[in-house]
Design a protein around this ligand. Sequence first.
Ligand SMILES: NC(=O)c1ccc[n+]([C@@H]2O[C@H](COP(=O)([O-])OP(=O)(O)OC[C@H]3O[C@@H](n4cnc5c(N)ncnc54)[C@H](OP(=O)(O)O)[C@@H]3O)[C@@H](O)[C@H]2O)c1
Length: 324
Amino acid sequence: MSVKQRVLGKSGLVVSEIGHGLWGMGGWTDADDKVSRAALRLSVEGGCTFFDSAFAYGNGRSDTLAGELAHEHHHRPLVLASKIPPANWKWPSTPASPLNGVFPRAHVLDYAERIRRAFGRTIDLLQFHVWEDAWAQQAEWQDTVAELKADGVIKAFGLSLNRWQPENGILAIETGLVDAVQVIYNVFDQSPEDSLFPVCRARNVGVIARVPFDEGSLGGKMTAKTRFPQDDWRSRYFGPENLPQTIARVEALKKIVPKGMSLPEVALRFILSEPTVSTVIAGMRAPEHVRANLAASHKGPLPEDMIAKLRAHRWDRKPASWSD
Ligand SMILES: NC(=O)c1ccc[n+]([C@@H]2O[C@H](COP(=O)([O-])OP(=O)(O)OC[C@H]3O[C@@H](n4cnc5c(N)ncnc54)[C@H](OP(=O)(O)O)[C@@H]3O)[C@@H](O)[C@H]2O)c1
């Protein structure tokens, strides 16, 4: 059985409901191209058709891996997404950041071309890697996106919303120029349901749910003693301010996982139970993770009573110095 497919909003792109996130392959300290290529191939064989990369993941490293994969499987309808890095290389953006310091036309065209070359073909979905709704009405990004579409460099345009700011994209969606948004949505981070998802439904904007495992904690294997190398982003995210409370919450969740299910399966099926979601992008390199995650698609939505129990584990967080 192959992974079920959904439509990515008004882009019309058909994508597997479990997609493959490539950040770990380009930007985490334990990335190994041989392992990454094997995971990506396994994913294609299992029916995954959506691959989410970004130029910033290893300065084009994951874009190149995605391009190689598409070349190798040119007979399959793979959908490749990537992201333009902010020109100031700062994550997240802030409301005070001027658009022309973050996504000036020349910068966007330059990086779109680099990504197109790495993909070896039209970019199916090009996203901005940060976003501020204060920019929504500005002509510079609107005209640049229209130009990229008219020139056939991209098929669809999207925004990757800043961590824990799901509302900071709604004004851009209202312009009608955004085909898809990428947002953190998982058992902990349920707040996109409040305001973002209703607007996406009304505007037929595709939703890419990212970070389904809360960067790994919902995989269920981490402990209070887990440590990452200092130059790995996860050493900050899972630092002393966040790791102990995360592990306590994960342990509480494990207690409600029904017999015969695993925590990562519950984490994915919770997201798949939300019909507004077009695809869930899981970061996965280990073959057993690829197999397990793709299998979650066949199992379908979770029963209502399980969803109700998971609602109680919602954890609303505010961006912090360690979170991006
Ligand atoms: N600003 C942005 O635009 C932004 C930010 C973050 C993420 N993203 C996108 O979202 C994707 C997903 O997020 P993420 O990779 O950061 O985090 P994630 O998917 O929440 O977590 C990935 C971690 O979970 C582990 N894992 C995967 N499947 C598992 C399973 N079945 N059981 C146990 N552990 C499992 C992975 O291990 P292995 O890798 O060893 O298999 C990896 O350590 C990224 O790859 C990227 O494409 C975008």
